[in-house]
Unconditional design. Sequence first.
Length: 162
Amino acid sequence: MVTAGTLHKTHYFNNAARLARLQELLVDAYTQHGWELHAWAVFCNHYHCVARAPDNAVTLAALTQQLHSATARAINREDNTPGRKVWHEYWDTCLTYERSYYARLNYVMQNAVKHGLVPLAEHYPYCSAAWFALRTPAALQKKIASFGCDRVNVNDDYECAQ
């Protein structure tokens, strides 16, 4: 699982076009490097994702650096602020236990609800919840939803604007 935040928690991705671009670039970066995305959610000042690395994976650091460079260049070009630092850092957790994996999948997909942006995760267009609901058997959806998010330890003290 990866969580990344913007410098000073600044709301750089503060409109639909920027959120859509961040989501697109995140999905593209992981896909290009052969990582299998299982869940993601992007917000005005941070993102979360859960992905499985391929056996011959490019390092997570290189993938994240590429993603952060591409998104920072796009935002800075739009704001006419070349060279401005957009991303602060990222945190990653290697998930090795099934219960931990399911709890974090649920956490990422429910994150827009946690931040008060939508009443149902599937209504937030910048996350995988609707995608997951369409492609996953109901029994597995129910199983993942049964894993509570309240005890998941994730750096997520971000305020999100609607």
